[in-house]
Design a protein around this ligand. Structure first.
Ligand code: PLP
Length: 403
């Protein structure tokens, strides 16, 4: 008789089926000529600039072929520290306070493994990046506790929202996890909003993780202010996440970055980094790209201007069909308010609308349910998966059927 897989593995497999919008993506991509995916948070507008750099610096030396510190080689962390100080954090964060792992998701899991006891809850404002549920719940036994925010305030976070979620949480809370700019809204947390959340968390004895994965993709003229430039973070109880998947349009290379001011956290995450090392080859490539400041600077300017152009083109189409959007500051997505097109204000009606749009136009949008939206009718439009003219044409097709 064949032995079955472990109960633990079976438990981890429960509830991990792809959400319908991703299952449809897998089924239709490459097989349906009309199919357009505006549902995945990837920036595919940058290949010409990346190609010109990545495929000219591609010298791989012997150091990339051997073992190095599995939490990121000293030279790679030095390159991130220098680059981050100039472009993102606007303050020096020492290489010893940094850990790199194969993607922001792996880094978040290792970080929360260090921050919270199994069985504890983590407060996450919603709508949210849905991957947090996988990162925090699959292997390390935490529970995401949603903190619903409201479209009337463009889904900004208030201390009242946090108080309510803490008071009604079904289990003890260990940490608060915020994302700025947010996936799915593309909204940056303004300084007073973020500082109030930090003060609140500190008063309640919680760790705070600030995920700035889209920090350099902010195209709003007022730019992005990292929590590192507003406060003394990273600190003992405030930890920062960044990575290359979004800001360097390289989700396939797999590199996330933790910055923490807590030596025990760094030691623990370093230990876990062993299981998700960034390959030496990738560290070499990314480190070289960051090291060329003039290339990096023009790459970032080019990226923000393309994202802005696509954002403006996409929102114009949405407004032309008389729907509203939550104004974004950056990222590669915007939340459209399609509530007027729902047959009723229910999740079933949202799913029905998503399917009607997909079947009628071949355009896949992310339904708000997949972003844990607190209320039905908001759809995430990822406008950087295709050139702007394709986004405009397909979005127009998608919304024509329902306006
Ligand atoms: C907010 C946020 N955090 C983490 C991730 C995961 O990033 P990575 O591909 O680097 O693991 C994503 C990817 O969409 C994201 O949007």
């Amino acid at each position: 008789m064949t032995r079955r897989i472990s109960e633990r593995a079976r438990e981890q497999l429960r509830g991990t089926a792809l959400p319908p919008y991703l299952a449809e993506h897998v089924a239709r991509a490459g097989t349906d000529d009309r199919y357009r995916c505006l549902a995945v948070a990837e920036n595919k507008l940058m290949w010409d600039l990346l190609d010109a750099k990545a495929n000219t610096v591609r010298h791989v030396g012997p150091e990339s072929f051997g073992y190095a510190e599995h939490w990121g080689s000293a030279s790679f962390r030095e390159a991130i520290s220098d680059f981050g100080g100039e472009f993102l954090w606007h303050r020096r964060i020492e290489p010893d306070s940094l850990v790199t792992m194969a993607g922001a998701g792996a880094t978040l899991e290792a970080l929360f493994n260090a921050l919270c006891e199994p069985g504890e809850g983590v407060l996450v404002p919603t709508p949210s990046y849905a991957g947090y549920w996988l990162d925090l719940e699959t292997r390390i036994g935490l529970e995401v506790i949603p903190v619903p925010t409201s479209p009337e305030s463009e889904f900004s976070l208030t201390v009242e929202d946090l108080d309510r979620a803490l008071r009604t949480a079904p289990r003890p809370i260990g940490a608060l996890l915020v994302t700025t700019p947010s996936n799915p809204t593309g909204r940056r947390m303004e300084e007073p909003e973020l500082l109030a959340a930090l003060d609140w968390a500190r008063a309640n004895g919680l760790h705070v993780v600030v995920n700035e994965l889209y920090g350099l993709s902010v195209f709003d003229p007022r730019g992005f202010q990292s929590v590192a430039s507003m406060t003394s973070a990273p600190a003992e109880d405030v930890h920062l996440i960044w990575g290359f998947s979004k800001d360097f349009a390289s989700s396939g290379l797999r590199c996330g970055v933790l910055a923490s001011g807590n030596d025990d956290v760094i030691a623990s995450v370093r230990q876990h980094a062993m299981f998700s090392v960034v390959s030496g080859d990738t560290q070499h490539l990314l480190g070289t790209m960051l090291g060329d400041r003039s290339w990096a600077s023009s790459y970032l300017d080019g990226m923000r201007s393309r994202l802005r152009g696509s954002y403006e083109a996409a929102t114009e189409v949405v407004r032309a069909h008389s729907f509203g959007v939550i104004p974004a500051h950056g990222g590669m997505f915007v939340l459209a308010d399609l509530r007027p097109a729902l047959a009723s204000p229910t999740w079933e009606a949202e799913e029905q609308l998503w399917r009607t749009v997909l079947d009628a136009s071949g355009v896949n949008l992310t339904p708000g349910s997949a972003c844990r939206s607190p209320l039905p009718g908001f759809f995430r439009i990822c406008y950087a998966t295709e050139p702007a003219d394709v986004v405009v044409e397909s979005l127009d097709r998608a919304l024509s059927g329902i306006a």
